[in-house]
Design a protein around this ligand. Structure first.
Ligand code: ZN
Length: 682
């Protein structure tokens, strides 16, 4: 195939979705990985160590990025057999390429050369940060080790990744090994029809009559939350919290106990090999939080501020369960059930009831109008970009002088072959160099219920929040004024700060004025009435202290097992959990509970010694929004400051520098507590 007939090889401004076919993926990715490597080697050999050379290297890498982006995007949103095969064929090539590049000593030396050069002192802040970040990332990949140690590192990294797979396979197998086969529908009283439909479908798949309940979350959750049958709840709960452990109905069969021990030992070895005291220190080395002590202090502080309210919430739940549900001894398997009943008794509000108020066109208009007012930008539909599906809408963003600054694709509705969930991805990174001039382009993907008949689509309030969240990520990507791709938009932003703009945008969905501006009832045409608005805001904080404490328990457990690991005398994680629970938990857990054995976020995913990031970013977003509460939700000056100090800056400064520049001080936890309706006592 020649360059001319493979549209992935010649992407300039936008991918040409009318022409890209699955058959283009592999040849393009193969060719580009190869040519990128060759061209970089050549530059490293022949070109001077200078910023000009950096820009050339960036441009070469960008070409590959631009080809890979539509391939992985189409794999996520137009998934069929051809795209899956094409993607799977490319993936090992991309992984191999990334692994090679992250340990490339020639490139590492090049960046060190830039840092040590005369010119470096004259670089601007962004350039300096880019160089230093690159050096740090190479070092975190083990580039600087002797050959022996490099081999050891690779061995450990390989072993770790195999253990992660074993861990998740055990969780998956344990989840699938258990089911309840219910023949009599009476036993399912209280469970909504949608869930019962799922159980029937599962029964059919397993070729039996009746209902089939599994431990997969969509199956487990409705039964635990709604089933009046207490014995059924207990059976399911017992199986669920003992998954992949030495307890429970499949005791010892998929036990992750020794897998966790091995993971912690290997992580400790990796950290020490790279010169860190422990794995927590390694994990925090590229995050906003400076060290484990700071994180633990931060979490404990939140525990202290939330605990008495958590106790009060639990006491209220207990007395409600006793008086209204006849549950005199509230057990762990009753909590979700009683909690849902109490919520209904107190707020009587359903997401479905709210849906009629949120037609998509009004919601989008409302979203755009907030951004217009706050950030002085304009939105315009465009037909300039080719699309992968008719549902997709495309837009231009202009600044207040009418200059185009970004483009985006909005793909809102669920359809076959589209991955679930909602996300924002960069399609094109902003670059402005002697080699490339390009504006940022974003993909905004959601899975809302599509329009029915000739009508427009309607969103639940939760979905409106999701849209605002993803749009916040989008603004971070698109309003960037940074000219170099590794630190423009959300690229290079610390993991524990990247959710700041997204969670920040969510706040607007609970503002009276904002909601009034974007709600139009399906029949009456009226905006959201006051009583529904009040119920909505009140229910937002239902059991917020209990939820906060649960997240804090997970976060503290995660940080402690990684920060306090001692390879001479490895502690039993269940003991660490018991200590943490003593300090944090309000809700009792049975002795047999083995929650860590299925905690995939930290034992199989990327959240190791990083689970606290959820709360950390929430503190930032709540505190940032509180400035708007102080100075007016639509205050243009504050909006402009948020844009120029945070959204536009990307990773050209540290997240803390961005925050302080906007807020005039370091973040505090007060706004988060207030937004959660938690009155700190004691
Ligand atoms: Zn997010």
């Amino acid at each position: 195939m020649t360059k001319n007939d493979n549209p992935l090889l010649s992407i300039q401004q936008f991918p040409d979705y009318d022409k890209i076919k699955p058959t283009h993926a592999l040849p393009a990715i193969e060719a580009l990985c190869k040519s990128t490597k060759t061209q970089i080697e050549e530059l490293l050999t022949n070109a001077p160590v200078s910023w000009d050379t950096y820009e050339k290297i960036e441009a070469i890498g960008d070409k590959l990025g631009k080809a890979w982006s539509p391939v992985s995007h189409l794999h996520s949103v137009m998934n069929n057999e051809d795209w899956r095969n094409a993607y799977q064929a490319c993936q090992p090539i991309i992984s191999q390429y990334s692994a090679e590049m992250s340990q490339h000593s020639g490139l590492y030396n090049f960046y060190c050369g830039l840092r040590d050069s005369q010119a470096f002192t004259n670089y601007n802040t962004a350039q300096k940060k880019l160089v230093n970040d690159a050096i740090r990332d190479f070092e975190l990949s083990g580039v600087n080790l002797t050959d022996d140690k490099k081999a050891e590192y690779q061995k450990l990294a390989q072993a770790a990744s195999e253990l992660y797979t074993t861990f998740s396979n055990n969780v998956l197998d344990a989840t699938q090994a258990f089911h309840l086969h219910i023949k009599d529908e009476k036993e399912l009283a209280g469970i909504p029809d949608s869930a019962k439909g799922l159980y029937q479908q599962l029964a059919e798949e397993n070729e039996v009559e009746g209902f089939w309940i599994t431990l997969d979350f969509p199956s487990y959750y409705p039964a635990l939350t709604y089933a009046d049958n207490r014995e059924l709840r207990e059976k399911l709960y017992y199986a669920y919290v003992t998954r992949a452990s030495e307890c429970g109905p499949n005791a010892g069969e998929f036990d992750n106990t020794t897998v966790i021990e091995a993971i912690l030992a290997i992580r400790s070895d990796i950290a020490k090999l790279l010169g860190f005291e422990n794995y927590a220190a390694l994990s925090l080395s590229d995050k906003m939080a400076s060290d484990a002590e700071t994180v633990i202090k931060f979490l404990v502080d939140l525990v202290e501020k939330s605990k008495s309210q958590g106790q009060a919430e639990f006491a209220e739940l207990k007395s409600f369960a006793k008086e209204k549900l006849g549950l005199t001894d509230l057990q762990p398997w009753d909590i979700a059930y009683a909690s849902e009943k109490l919520k209904q008794a107190e707020y009587a509000i359903s997401q479905e009831q709210l849906r009629d108020y949120f037609p998509v066109p009004s919601v989008i208009k409302g979203l755009f109008s907030i951004c217009q007012r706050l950030f002085a930008i304009d939105f315009e539909g465009t037909t300039q970009l080719s699309k992968w599906h008719d549902d997709v809408t495309t837009y231009i963003i202009k600044d207040d002088k009418g200059k185009i600054i970004a483009y985006f694709y909005m793909d809102l509705y669920a359809r076959q072959g589209k991955n679930g969930g909602a996300w924002m991805n960069g399609a094109i990174d902003k670059i402005s160099s002697s080699e490339i001039q390009q504006l940022p382009v974003a993909y905004l993907t959601c899975n809302f219920i599509p329009p029915v008949g000739g009508d427009v689509a309607y969103l639940s309030h939760d979905e409106v929040v999701t849209l605002f969240h993803e749009f916040g990520h989008g603004l971070h990507h698109m309003l960037t004024q940074v000219n170099y791709s590794p630190i423009s938009g959300i690229n290079g932003v610390e993991w524990d700060a990247v959710e700041l703009p997204s969670q920040f945008m969510e706040n607007f969905c609970f503002e009276r004025e904002v909601l009034a501006g974007m709600t139009v009832h399906k029949q009456s045409g009226e905006p959201l009435p006051d009583d529904l608005f009040e119920k909505l805001t009140a229910s937002k904080n239902y059991h917020s202290a209990l939820q906060m404490l649960r997240q804090l328990e997970f976060s503290l457990f995660d940080m402690k097992i990684h920060a306090e690991y001692n390879d001479e005398d490895p502690q039993d994680v269940m003991k660490t959990l018991a200590q943490v629970r003593k300090q944090v938990a309000v809700v009792p857990a049975p002795e047999y509970s083995r929650f860590p054995m299925s905690f995939s976020h930290i034992f199989a995913g990327g959240y190791a010694a990083g689970y606290f990031s959820y709360k950390w970013a929430e503190v930032l977003s709540a505190d940032a929004f509180s400035k708007f509460e102080e100075e007016g939700v639509y205050n243009e000056i504050t909006g402009n400051q948020f844009k120029t100090e945070i959204l536009e800056k990307g990773a050209s400064r540290t997240a803390m520098e961005n925050f302080v520049a906007f807020r005039g001080r370091k973040p505090t936890i007060d706004a988060l507590l207030r937004h959660n309706g938690i009155q700190a006592r004691g």
